[in-house]
Design a protein around this ligand. Sequence first.
Ligand SMILES: [Zn+2]
Length: 334
Amino acid sequence: MIKKAFINALALQPLVSLGSKLYQHKVPVFMLHRMACADLGISGHSPELLRQSLSFLRTHNFNFVTIDDVARAISTQSTLPPKSVAFTIDDGYLEQVEIATNIFAEFDCPATFYVCTGFVEGDLWFWADKVHFLLNNCNDAELNKVMAVFSDVVSKSAEKSVCLSHIIEYLKTCPLDRINNVISAAAAEINLSLPVRAPNGFQATSWESLRASEKRGMMVGAHTYSHPILSNESENVSEFEIKQSTIHINEQLHNPSKVFCYPVGRQQDFSKREVAFVKRLGYTGAISSEPGAANIGDSRSLFSIPRFSYPDTKEDFIQYATWIESFKSQFRPT
Ligand SMILES: [Zn+2]
């Protein structure tokens, strides 16, 4: 309650304007993932909260910019209008484009969809979704068999959701080859055949939908071919993943984003090697998932621009979108 009142007081129009002048070099870039969709059994960001967030920004005269605008401002050391904010949505799921495009278009906000192109092509579905699917289709006895496959590396819990997060955390340390082999082995243990194409709830959008979204003011960018953690892969695989997704995006879209988006995107998930590949392909910048506002004054951040995870409450959203977070972050120990 106190936090809510405090944030609402700080978010009053004159304070927002004053704060955003002081912190004009800090531009929040939001990172969204799945959109909630009861029909498809998908939990994710609430469409209603997204509407409220965008409405708050419009009412307070924020400026919607693209992540490409942010990268351009960093690279040319120019400024963006005060109260600029950018939105990105990662991965390329069907419901993201269907639901979020309508909401962003309603507010004239140019969000950028970062898609894995092998997923949109229908060549694959995501390994983390396969783990979800596998565990969703397990009874208790089968769960024991699945967990036995991971017994050397993952601690078992009676809770299925805890097992799921342990498996996913372990697999994030592995290259894709190993991930796919282990998932196949676990599925074989319970005689489950994993569908070749993504089942309901895990499906990709299409190039056609992305082009329609582009026509409504959104942008589309590359997020690799199959969403590996690039730093876990060999040099050849890492280069292929970035290059192939770039080729697909350039072939399929009219005005693709010139900013690349690293899968998972924590500091340890990409390195100088990936930055070099991305630069060689002509990208003007790249985004990570490290939390923070983009710092227009820091040209060293151009190929690892931070983003805020889109939060679950309006108060948290206001904090990240306005000067409040930049102000508070100055006093946090680093
Ligand atoms: Zn992703």
